[in-house]
Structures are given as structure tokens and as C-alpha cells.
Design a protein. Structure first.
Length: 360
């Protein structure tokens, strides 16, 4: 557990604990403490703390219990936890869980989407605090982030133990799309390439082989655009499938809380891997463009393909080399770093936090 960051020290101020899970929520909590301090929120003193204990919980009700315990240990007046746990209730996305009786709340950051996360989290936190401070009874809605009061439903008795917890729900389809996009953002799929050095090396070797084969030059030049696009999609799909199968990234129904959550994990994992592989493909294409321009004289290329070699010819060849390399990269993906690849799997991120808690 890390140290605390505070936004003030006046004795008369109400002490607010901002509990954050490791990784993305931690950065958001630090930003909130700095921002709320600069804005001078009267009467509130904010303190940020990282907790792997809360992160080790899977059910919102259990997380609220852990938040309440930590709040009492720190002698905070209220406590709000920022989590990257995706939660669904009756087919809708849960933005926040609130326990008015004890003055604690849980905010699901993925439910806030992918853009302006800090600003949306700030609005949610401040309005939740207003609700908790108002005799610990919820009042107005959360503008565009949460629904009206009429749209709130009591938390399920089977999951809350009759504590009177309140849930704030986002819009149906829009809320689900925002949740999935938020989960993908939390996975940082653009960083996947750092764990695919083996795949990138294999792809580069296959691309280099293309330089030595005039048959591949002719094939790349003569392929229609739609065939080139289709081949690229197949190459990306093969590599994504290989990563999922080779690193055990698919969540089955038994390993997740329920079928819907397993589905959320799997959708976000596939999208994250597609983005990560697409980044690798783009990088490889840029490299291949430079290579063909440098290594293939226009006269030699023109005599091979049977017509003058222009920019389109070079781009077509680079695209063909890249596609061939991406398919070969699936072999190199088998030796990719487990930790880097699995970071793109939301289910694994949950497992990692639970494992981390067991070691503390």
C-alpha cells in the first residue's frame, strides 16, 4: 500500500478518502487530488491512497465493505473508490455503487468511457460527495454520466446483504458501448507491441524474404485492392487468434462472475488485441515502405512487373511483404512475453490484482 497524497491540512475540513486500485485508477486519483485542491473545494480535504485489498475483491458489495473498513481505519468522513471493475445490472452499465449508511461509494471508471476520464470522474466524485453529505441520502443525478433518480435501483439483496446500497445506471446501449471502450482503454493495447518482439522479428524476417523473390513482387503488384485488404484482415485475425489461444486469454463461463461479465472480458480482450496487432502491422508497413524504396531500384522492379514502377507499385509491394510478415509473426507470438500479452486481457488484470492481494 502506498503513501497518501493530500490536498490540504486544515482541521475544520471534512476528510475525504479517494481510494484507487493500481494502474489507471491510481493516476486518475492523483490527478483528482491535484485538481480539486487547485479548485479549492470548500470544506473538503482530499487524500489519495492505493489499495490492493479493495482491488482484490470481485463483487461491488465486498468492495464497499473493504472501503468502509479502510475509511474507519483512516478516520475519513467519506470514502470513494475508483475502480476499473466493469459492473452490469439488469442489462445496464453501473456507473457507481453507493452505501449511504456508511458514507462510502465505488465508481467504475470503465463506465465513463475513453475520453475526458479525469473530468468525468471529477464530476461524479463531487456529486456523489454532495449526495453523501446531504444526510447520506442521494439527491440529484450525475448529468450526462449517470441517469436520473428514477433510474436508480436498489442493489440486489443477494449481492448486498440488505445494506441498502444504491446503484447509478448509465443508458442502455450507449452505456454498454462506453463500458467496453473504457475497458479497452484501461488495457492500453497500444503497448502490446513491446511484448511482441518475437512476433515482430519473425514478421521482419518474412518481409525480408519477400525482397529476394520476384514472384512475390509480381503477386503483390497484381493483387487487386480488395484482395490485399482481405489478406491483411486475415493476417491480423490469425495473429490475434494465436495470441488468445497461445496465452490462454479466453474467459470461460466458469472462471468469471457470470456469463455477461465473461462476455465483457472477451470482447474487450479481442478489441485490445486487434488494436495492438494493428499497431504492429502499421509499424511493419512503414518499415517495409522504407525498405522497398531503398532496396528495389525502379528499373529492376519495372522489368519484373512488366510496367513502369510508380508509388502505387512500391506501396503494393510493401503491403504484400507486411501481410506475409504478419502471418509469419503468429509463430513468433508463441514466444511473446506472457505478462505483456496478458495485460491486454481484462480478465487477467483482475486475476493479477487478486494474486497481488494474496501476497500482501
Amino acid at each position: 500500500m502506498s503513501g497518501e497524497r493530500t490536498s490540504g491540512a486544515a482541521e475544520h475540513e471534512v476528510r475525504i478518502g479517494l481510494i484507487a486500485e493500481p494502474d489507471s485508477p491510481e493516476r486518475t486519483a492523483d490527478w483528482l487530488v491535484e485538481t480539486l485542491s487547485e479548485q479549492g473545494k470548500n470544506g473538503y480535504r482530499f487524500e489519495a491512497e492505493i489499495s490492493v485489498v479493495v482491488a482484490g475483491k470481485q463483487r461491488p458489495a465486498d468492495m464497499l465493505d473493504a472501503i468502509t473498513e479502510l475509511m474507519r481505519e483512516r478516520e475519513w468522513t467519506f470514502a470513494i473508490c475508483l475502480s476499473d471493475l466493469p459492473v452490469r445490472e439488469r442489462g445496464r452499465t453501473v456507473v457507481a455503487d453507493v452505501r449511504p449508511a456508511t458514507g462510502v461509494a465505488l465508481v467504475s471508471l470503465p463506465a465513463l468511457g475513453t475520453v475526458r476520464i479525469g473530468e468525468r470522474a471529477r464530476r461524479v466524485v463531487l456529486e456523489l460527495l454532495d449526495d453523501l453529505a446531504d444526510e447520506r441520502a442521494p439527491s440529484r443525478g450525475l448529468s450526462s454520466v449517470r441517469t436520473r433518480r428514477d433510474d436508480r435501483v436498489p442493489a440486489d439483496e443477494t449481492s448486498t446483504g440488505g445494506t441498502g446500497d444504491v446503484r447509478y445506471l448509465a443508458e442502455g446501449k450507449a452505456g454498454r458501448l462506453r463500458l467496453i471502450s473504457g475497458m479497452v482503454r484501461a488495457n492500453s493495447p497500444w503497448k502490446l507491441i513491446f511484448g511482441l518482439s518475437g512476433a515482430l522479428a519473425a514478421a521482419g524476417a518474412a518481409s525480408a524474404f519477400g525482397l529476394t523473390s520476384s514472384t512475390i513482387w509480381q503477386l503483390g503488384h497484381q493483387l487487386e485492392t480488395y484482395r490485399q485488404v482481405l489478406a491483411a484482415l486475415v493476417a491480423v485475425g490469425v495473429l490475434v487468434f494465436w495470441l488468445i489461444a497461445g496465452h490462454g486469454l479466453w474467459e470461460n463461463r466458469r472462471s468469471a462472475l457470470d456469463r455477461e461479465q465473461a462476455g465483457l472480458y472477451n470482447v474487450s480482450t479481442v478489441m485490445s488485441l486487434v488494436i495492438g496487432v494493428a499497431v504492429m502491422y502499421t509499424l511493419l508497413f512503414v518499415i517495409n515502405v522504407g525498405v522497398v524504396l531503398l532496396m528495389l531500384p525502379s528499373g529492376l522492379l519495372a522489368s519484373t512487373v512488366g510496367e513502369p514502377a510508380g508509388p502505387t507499385t512500391y506501396l503494393s509491394l510493401a503491403w504484400a511483404f507486411t501481410t506475409m510478415g504478419a502471418i509469419a509473426g503468429a509463430l513468433g507470438a508463441s514466444v511473446a512475453s506472457d505478462s505483456s500479452v496478458r495485460r491486454a486481457a481484462y480478465g487477467y488484470r483482475e486475476q493479477r490484482r487478486r494474486d497481488r492481494r494474496e501476497r500482501t
